[in-house]
Design a protein around this ligand. Sequence first.
Ligand code: HEM
Ligand SMILES: *[C@@H]1O[C@H](CO)[C@@H](O)[C@H](O)[C@H]1NC(C)=O
Ligand SMILES: *[C@@H]1O[C@H](CO)[C@@H](O)[C@H](O)[C@H]1NC(C)=O
Ligand SMILES: *[C@@H]1O[C@H](CO)[C@@H](O)[C@H](O)[C@H]1NC(C)=O
Length: 377
Amino acid sequence: MKFSTIILVTLVRLAVAIPTYDSLIGLSEREINEFVARNGVAPIPNPPGPLPAHQDGLKLVNDPAHPFRTQQPNELRGPCPALNTLANHGYLPRSGVARPDQIVTAVMEGLNLGNDFAKFLVYQAFLMNGNPLTNLMSIGMKTPLTGQDPPKPALVGGLSQHGTFEGDTSMSRVDAFFGDPAAFNQTRFNDLLAFATKYGANGSYDVNAASELRYERLQDSIATNPQLVFTSPRILSAYSEAVFPTVYFVDGRLNNGQLSKDAATSFFANQRMPQDFHRQPTPVSFDVIEPLTGRLFKDHPFVPGVNQGVNNYVEMPNTPAVSDFCGIYEDIALRVIPGQYPKPTGALKDAIKKNLGFLYGAVSFQHNCTQVFPYGK
Ligand code: HEM
Ligand SMILES: *[C@@H]1O[C@H](CO)[C@@H](O)[C@H](O)[C@H]1NC(C)=O
Ligand SMILES: *[C@@H]1O[C@H](CO)[C@@H](O)[C@H](O)[C@H]1NC(C)=O
Ligand SMILES: *[C@@H]1O[C@H](CO)[C@@H](O)[C@H](O)[C@H]1NC(C)=O
């Protein structure tokens, strides 16, 4: 399908979907169940598999089929520079509202994320921030474009929802205590550039710069944010996101772990791929990312915890550590998701269980975690 056709089909689907779900706003759980009984839930496609072997290599991705356009006023962008950029190039629907399988495909095609790694990120985010009934998620703030919400305490807040995937100590955003935690902040980003100058090889943002910046961001939040939360699952994304740019934002022809300031500015500040940008030469997954996050942790170990007032960091040693991958998976499945969906029934329960199965599929192979079932088998 041609690029323009994909966009058109997406728009038509949204146009059809919005009035239907919009008219549901304010309904009770019983009424939602009746609606679901009449109309069914959105179909939930299986996660896409890996890119075929002959299509998973080095490739120009800032190409004529994916032209950059800044977002329009009605289009949503959020806390993740990678997803914002992919939406600005049409790898994701430019509306900023997408199905999880679309996001998996977009990060594989646009940045060459490994399939299992892409699924791990996307399905945990979708379970925390998406709408299981309509199978849609906002990559930015909460929006009626994802349809009628399931009953509270479900949030369906989009990726910008603080305290879910989004959390404190970001590199280019402020903590939610200080302002919009999804909005790019130039002052914070200038720190990233300064750390590249000070610690990075050739003045680049590399693993050494990432290591020092990640440590500094935690120390800064401990000293200034009375409501700092730095526990599972946020700790894992915080450490992963610190090293992602040293891999996925570096041109695949160079692929030396050194992100130039120009390229960093292009992705973070302009949400745009550099001219002539080539993605990673092979799919990059846990086996590459985890040694890098492990290195950051080894440089500056920490215990998960929360601030009770500034400079009063209370450690929580009995919660999963950043190195305890399966513990974090279990924490998401057994605590975080049931926190939003304590007693789902019917089609809602089926949809959540299906997505939990997809999440487990992403952690079963390389990590050999044991599957957990918050809602029974
Ligand atoms: C594949 C699905 C992905 C999802 C669902 C996702 C989601 C998110 C979310 C919710 C945040 C906000 C965290 C916070 O700061 O509070 C974030 C931040 C970030 N994401 Fe993604 N992301 C994805 C993939 C990627 C990829 C492939 C990259 C590659 C570079 C990336 C790079 C980043 C970076 C660098 C940040 C940190 C921004 C900062 O701290 O200033 N993400 N992402
Ligand atoms: C950006 O971050 C700086 C430093 O944390 C802060 O002083 C400033 O108010 C922030 N800007 C906005 C628009 O939030
Ligand atoms: C700096 O960059 C140059 C050219 O890309 C490279 O040859 C050199 O090895 C780099 N220096 C370090 C310390 O990586
Ligand atoms: C995976 O876990 C199972 C059950 O804990 C164990 O029997 C098996 O040896 C493990 N496999 C690998 C490859 O670690």
